[in-house]
Design a protein around this ligand. Sequence first.
Ligand SMILES: *Cc1c(COP(=O)(O)O)cnc(C)c1O
Length: 382
Amino acid sequence: MIQSVNSIPAFDIKQQYTTIETEVSAAVLDVLVSGRYIGGPLVEGFEKQFAAYHGVTACVACNSGTDALFLALRALEIGVGDEVITTPFTFVATAEVISAVGAKPVFVDIDATTLNIDLQQVAAAITPKTKAIIPVHLFGQPVDMTTLMAIAQSHNLAVIEDCAQSTGASWGGAKVGSIGHIGCFSFYPTKNLGACGDGGAITTNDPAIAAKLRILKEHGQRNRYQYEEIGVNSRLDAIQAVILAIKLPHLDDWNQQRRAIATYYNQFLSQVAGIVTPQELTGGVSVWNQYTIRISSQGQNGSSAAYRESVRSQLQERGVNSTVYYPHPLHLQPVYQHLDYQPGQLPVAEQACHEVLSLPMFPELTTQQQDQVIYALKDSLE
Ligand SMILES: *Cc1c(COP(=O)(O)O)cnc(C)c1O
């Protein structure tokens, strides 16, 4: 591979794999030999382990984080004529599933400090049609769930936590995904707990919801070959389940390493002019799926996005790869044109899209690499 020896990727999954390779290889081979590829004790075992980790009574494994969110909405019987409030500053799946069940996504602006949904705006957006709120614990940082649950309870609304980027994060001592009515997780390889392929899970303390989820994820089947409603096929493979079962006991350590890296970055970057470093909300423990700074174009010529792009390419020249999550807010995407949002309507999210830049963040990043990121960024800003 021709790559500068000093080049730092935005994310690296192979290093982590080498630390558990022997265990994973043996376990995967066992599954192959067993012939039990779909369902079975390994998938059930992982569901129990994941539920216990979160302190919830039920975990239902599924095919992806997107399916987890879709199934959650279906289990709550949210559909045509209903409104679901969410953030425009997230991965498209969060809103896509609302549309997929026939409901209407209602986007509200985000908080400039946390980049998470602005809870005052949530309260203001509630109408008689509102059925649920989907908060996203973006980049690993938990939403203030105390305030959100109070808003939801006073209006009798369901809360579906999008925990795709925040496995292991907590708010007020409780794991995210255990606070709302339903928690939705993704095991996409770049997430904090990543499989070697697609995977997802749903957590809940409500046995009726868990039972309904199990029916929906299996073609709407309650008893064999008896179909009660239109469902889907959404499974976590036994191979992924066994890999995740091996990885889960390491998750807290890996998240702790991410936290140490974020602290180090903050220590050396928080005073640097021209950027805003991420802050952790009191009460929350972030798991730093991303370390995302904002690059202010004040005093620079041209637009924020153009300036951000120039910093990004200068970082690249210095061997530091960075990523823009997310360049466009969902309310202004072509697919949501029919909802009639106008540019300027959700200004904080729109500005964030022009300014954010995610620096390399994964548990195995060495201090030397972190230093290189810090120096490269300082140089690129001058
Ligand atoms: C990754 C992600 C999803 C979707 O997860 P998949 O497993 O890729 O389907 C949903 N929401 C957010 C915020 C995500 O980051």
